[in-house]
Design a protein around this ligand. Sequence first.
Ligand SMILES: *Cc1c(COP(=O)(O)O)cnc(C)c1O
Length: 364
Amino acid sequence: MHAEVEAGFEVVWRETLASSGFVGGRAVADFESQWAQYCGRGHAVGVANGTDAIELSLRALGIGEGDEVLVPANTFIATPAAVVAAGAIPRFVDVDEHTLLVTASLLDAAITPSTAAVIVVHLYGQLPDMDAIAAVVDRAGLALVEDAAQAHGATWRGRRAGAFGRAGCFSFYPGKNLGALGDGGAIVTDDAALAESIRSLANHGRAESSHFAHEVVGRNSRLDGLQAGLLSVKLARLDDWNGGRREAHRLYGLGLAGSTAVQVTVADGAESVFHLEVVRTRQRDAVAAGLERRGVATGIHYPIPCHRQVGFARWADGPLPVAERTAGEILSLPMYPHLTADGVTRVCSALAEVLQEIGGSNDG
Ligand SMILES: *Cc1c(COP(=O)(O)O)cnc(C)c1O
């Protein structure tokens, strides 16, 4: 990826040195407007990372002490951690058997009088049925926040991730579909007042009008000018890179036809950007070990559902059977924009060999 954009990076580096726009500045403002436009929203606010994007969105929405926020049990730990950092209480919701995402009906059943907000996570790069979810959340009068940290450019019925909630939260951690060369994050929203209050919270609670007036207690969560400039360079390539991931996913589909390792379902209406290529398989740990022996690296996203994490035990009120069962079955295969057809074939052959070796029949 970076070989393709190195020349652009060098220009950004020289411009950053020349302007001394190290924190905030023009490069950040430029990237923010490009990112808002890309997501189809009126405003974007750059922050230090994706976790802060979620926390600051909740705080700016007035969600804090005593408020409960619904989050999927199957997500990266940063989602509930951001809820706790905002002073609120995470309530874990089970996920759909096929997409491994929350659904409108699971959320509906989990809403109580103490619920203040719902965080939907577009895990692995795909959105759940956002029309149905928005209807449930609106009917209950709650705030919808999107954790789109794995879904840069993904769509639900043609609308991009980040375009559905009061706030759409992104991470630009290097491994994400759009990644900086360090940490970064952003919030997109159509609500100008919300954008302004997030910007203030992220910049020591400064008022827009004055560098020295602190109207609220804020903190420091800003995007570097250098990272913003690099992100602008990479944003121009994002759709092509997501296209490379989609093609790799399609090839995996062909290569895994008839296998007992089954790809996670992409819902009709969703166009995934395949941040991860996740399959479900029995004897997952043996499969991962067998692939490792054949030189194929894998990951697990995520091996322990959030409500089973020791640090979150006090908010666990399971059981959440689907999240708990599938955590033992999911395996992330190699996935990146420049993965070749030969690469996919190699992984699929190794996987077929391993499944045969451990006695799983490979003909379904
Ligand atoms: C990466 C990620 C985050 C956190 O982003 P950071 O930039 O690492 O703070 C939050 N939620 C999900 C689903 C993520 O994948």
